[in-house]
Design a protein around this ligand. Sequence first.
Ligand code: PHE
Length: 459
Amino acid sequence: MNNTSKPSTGRMPAQQWSTRFAFILAAAGAAVGLGNIWKFPYIAGENGGGAFVLVYLACIALLGLPLLMAEVLIGRRGQQNPVNSMAVLAQEAGASPLWKNVGRLGVLTGFLLLSFYVVVAGWALAYIPLTASGVFTQLQPAEIGQRFDAHLHNPWVLIGWGTLVLVLTLGIVGRGVRSGLEKAANLLMPLLFLFLLILVGYAASSGHFAKAAAFMFNPDFSKLTASGILLALGHAFFTLSIGGGAMMVYGSYLPKSVSIVRTSILIAILDTAAALLAGMAIFPIVFAHGLEPAGGPGLIFVTLPIAFGQMPFGTLFGTLFFIMLSVAALTSAFSLIEPAIAWLTEKRGMSRLKACLLGGGGIWLLSLGTVFSFNIGAEWTLAGKTFFATLDYLTSGWMLPLGALCMALFTAWVMKPEHTAEELGGRRGLWQLWLPLMRYLVPVVIVVIFLQAVGVIAL
Ligand code: PHE
């Protein structure tokens, strides 16, 4: 083996996950977020239920999972922040140093995404004390809707809760890999799944479980459109946190002895389970009260509070629901800022504290744009989209898929096959299947998404 071309700087043990399980929990924390609990259930319901779920599962298995492996692989082999890891691996492969821009793109994408993620996560956090106060048991459905509108219309309230989310995020991330990210994931992820299961149990006992199951799982292929298929695809990337450098930086903390293939499969399973369980926690309640399973923020922040307000123990379980949603959002937020923090500390030589203050300050400023999109800045639009909608569209619709495309091309065409095989358990294993998927299927599909997006629809 040629020593000069091997990635040189391994991470210190303190900068590594202490166990395989810690990585799985942290990465599942990154993956399970607002996308699973808020977005997946209603897009599944509206796009053919079971038919959509089938397409989504296929997208996860054939495209998302191999991409997840590719992204973790880059980080694990590069052993540094996304920018340096790409640079080191490009050098190892004798390719252009320009590939490090893929790392830069990842850092930037996480940064932009987090600026609106903290605002939406702030809604979830705000709804914990609100639900716990029991107010929803006293309000009429229309008043509950007005309550959410009023929440969005007050910039100070949104700034306050968004800032709290950001401070919590930085408080954890600032502590580093083992005492921050790992400890938090060890505590929060079991809690999240426990709450999710409790809520499914509650929904099953007091809601219309069979109707919800039919809504989500009965395949109605007549409702499945081309745009629904593209939506399933785009969402498969988003929900697995692919293309934004998050999985790359988490992969860089992964010891060499751990199997990327096996852990990635588990992460994808946990993420998918969380999405399906979220649907089975939400829709039985929605149907039991004759409410609309319509999409948008309203499903979680208006429809559910109406239902919880009318149910026995609704205040308790409603509060649990918003705690769970906040936890899911927080553990994703960690992973969105970690690429920038790793880059600032390793490349710019900053202390972790300084990196957190600088990165956090930038995100806070940018988050104001999202805050104002719901009130005083609702009229500031670009091509009809508010600041928030523009950022969402840019990051989820373009930057994540572009990052994913570059990672696919890099690992499958630029890196030496013996190196990817080494990281993915040898040439005899699943790698044989992984390589053709990454070489042909993944790039072709992503390019198709782009062509569609330019032409007709936005993902
Ligand atoms: N996967 C997260 C969700 O489902 C979002 C996310 C995307 C997090 C990209 C990190 C990186 O909400």
